[in-house]
Design a protein around this ligand. Structure first.
Ligand SMILES: C[S@@+](CC[C@H](N)C(=O)[O-])C[C@H]1O[C@@H](n2cnc3c(N)ncnc32)[C@H](O)[C@@H]1O
Length: 601
């Protein structure tokens, strides 16, 4: 741009005109020059820029230019302007990608900025500004952008996976695809469809979103990589290049390094910054001296921070460890708890680690068996219903004397196979134990014998929302119990008011509509009308026990599998290994179950 052009743009801004800002994206250096020009003009106020967004239906190029200009002004002034605009008047600001982006560059944490960005996430009409606001918020608060977007959709009616795939230009659809994707859909529907669209689409918005999804889901195959690399060479679209680089960083492959190296010298500061962080994320030692040299010469503060971060990421072992965890464990989009095609307990070894981490001191089991002792109940043919990998059964084998056989019942063969291996390894076979592949409602003890003690830990009823199944399962428990027998369940205390449920709310895409944890918790609580939805009787509630893992790696592995990749990332950042759970124990004798069944005919 020559001086006359800079003057023309600056004058346009002062008069609230937009023509000169609508034609093309102005380069970083020219925007900086324009901002210097404006700062020297006594008539100029930051509100001149914001008003253009507020009062005009500007095009995306103009919006981008204004946003990029704003980053060069004093953020106190920008925030002042923002706070003088009532929420009811903020319509076009909510739509503005540029404004949301500029707020993300705010060098300090400011409540008004954070509040505004949340307003966009919760009320924004424009999917692009909605998306941008969440990434801006991530920059300022460290809160995971994708997770925030996913959660903001929890409270609204959403399209099906198929409908969302129909329009890949819309960022809301992109997030909905993530929410709706289980491992089967990714393999059978999403991957082939994205591949096809990526091949034929000429729409840059669509391509950008496809590339982002491919990177996120780690679906890049070599054909796609080649096409991306040629787009990287030939496209003029800055955003497209940015997303290609970002997708490459998500799933680093050695052949990308040449490209990152090339972009180290890009004129565009953001591309240059991406390339530096890309190299940092690869952790390749060959680049350290080059990055150090660049650091000596560099004057732009944003590039300086990217350089120091990258050097640390390559050289320090702490970051190598993080990188390995990310590669190994941050693979499940939504976690297997909510994935019907790949049920969490299908992977028994992972489930076993989870189960063993719950109440590791066995406070709850100790409590149950102390009561059994106090009541002088003779344990005959004990049953662990929905035994899983045998958490309750193992407690009995290790601590309790019984007559007859211990029956460990589960409907998943993988769980039983896993438990059988434990039995052989620990030589539990010296006691009488039978593993039985059966549903709770179908299990019978051979020769119609009875049990004086039936326990279920996190297994009864098998589906709490299914009234008929609850009743059938309780009926079978009744039939199995001896006259003096008791039925005990251990599980949530059904307030769902604990740290682990908070994780659930944050990371599992379930069908509970809620805009915050308290709303979600209440909905979940109210969906259950009595203990275990079976009118059982509480013996104890509010048993606060931890889910506690031995190591960080185990935590990331198990929680990443069960709660998904964003949960694993949060754990990696916070290094948290423990979540409080609020548990409850129900206790019923045969007589009281008979009453329940009679009342629920
Ligand atoms: C949350 S796990 C609990 C496992 C174990 N009791 C524990 O405390 O770790 C639930 C178990 O119920 C089993 N299950 C689900 N539906 C069942 C049914 N209808 N009959 C028997 N087992 C079932 C699953 O295979 C899984 O092992």
């Amino acid at each position: 741009m020559i001086l006359a052009d800079l003057v023309r743009v600056s004058n346009d801004i002062l008069k609230g005109k937009t023509k000169s800002l609508e034609q093309e994206r102005i380069s970083e250096n020219n925007l900086l020059a324009i901002s210097e020009f404006l700062k020297r003009n006594p008539q100029f106020e930051v509100s001149n820029l914001v008003n253009i967004i507020l009062h005009n239906e500007i095009n995306e190029v103009c919006d981008w230019n204004i946003g990029s200009l704003l980053q060069h002004f004093d953020y106190n002034e920008i925030i002042d302007v923002l706070s003088n605009i009532k929420p009811s008047m903020r319509g076009y600001l909510y739509d503005s990608i540029g404004f949301c982006w500029a707020l993300g560059e705010c060098p300090y944490k400011n409540e008004q900025v954070i509040e505004f960005l949340y307003e966009v996430i919760n009320n924004g009409r424009n999917p692009e500004s909605w998306w941008r606001a969440s990434f801006a918020l991530e920059k300022i608060t460290g809160k995971n952008a994708i997770n925030n977007l996913k959660r903001s959709m929890k409270n609204s009616e959403s399209l099906s996976l198929k409908e969302s795939l129909q329009d890949l230009t819309n960022k809301r659809n992109i997030i909905n695809i993530l929410l709706k994707s289980n491992s089967k859909d990714i393999k059978e529907t999403i991957y082939p469809y994205l591949k096809r669209r990526f091949d034929i689409s000429r729409d840059e918005k669509e391509l950008i979103n496809i590339i982002w999804l491919l990177g996120r889901l780690r679906l890049y195959d070599s054909e796609m990589v080649n096409k991306s690399l040629s787009l990287l060479e030939n496209s003029q679209n800055y955003e497209l290049k940015y997303y290609i680089l970002q997708a490459m960083v998500e799933d680093p492959k050695i052949l990308y390094l040449d490209y990152f190296e090339k972009f180290l010298h890009s004129e565009d500061m953001l591309i240059k910054k991406m390339a530096i962080s890309g190299i940092g994320d690869f952790g390749n030692n060959n680049y350290v001296s080059k990055l150090n040299k660049m650091l000596e010469r560099e004057t732009d503060p944003k590039i300086i921070s990217a350089l120091t971060t990258a050097i640390y990421k390559i050289e320090n072992n702490y970051f190598n460890e993080n990188r390995n965890y990310i590669k190994k464990y941050m693979v499940n989009e939504n976690g297997l708890i909510g994935d019907d095609t790949d049920k969490w307990y299908a992977d028994a070894s992972i489930y076993n680690l989870f189960s063993e981490a719950e109440d590791p001191q066995n406070i709850c089991f100790n409590l149950i068996f102390k009561r059994i002792l106090a009541k002088k109940l003779k344990i005959i043919n004990p049953i662990d219903m929905a035994t899983g990998t045998g958490r309750a059964a193992k407690y009995i084998l290790n601590n309790i004397g019984y007559e007859g056989t211990l029956y460990a019942v589960d409907y998943s063969q993988q769980m039983l196979d896993y438990f059988e291996r434990t039995i052989n390894r620990q030589k539990y076979y010296v006691k009488n134990i039978d593993l039985v592949h059966s549903k709770i409602e179908d299990f019978r003890i051979p020769n119609n014998a009875k049990s004086s003690f039936i326990i279920s830990s996190f297994g009864f009823p098998s589906k709490i929302s299914d009234k008929k199944r609850c009743r059938d399962e309780l009926q079978n428990v009744y039939n199995l119990l001896s006259e003096d027998g008791v039925f005990v369940t251990l599980g949530w205390d059904e307030t769902f008011n604990d740290e682990l449920n908070n994780m659930w709310y944050k990371y599992i895409p379930d069908n509970i509509k809620a805009s915050n944890f308290e709303e979600w918790r209440k909905n979940r609580e109210e969906s259950i009308t009595s203990p275990r939805n079976c009118d059982l009787s509480w013996y104890k509630t509010n048993l606060k026990v931890p889910l506690l893992y031995d190591t960080l790696e185990e935590t990331i592995n198990v929680m990443g599998h069960l709660f998904g990749r964003d949960a694993a990332l949060e754990i990696l950042k916070s290094r948290k290994r423990m979540w409080w759970m609020s548990l409850g124990i129900t206790w019923n004798d045969k007589k009281s179950i008979s009453k329940i069944l009679k009342n629920n005919k």
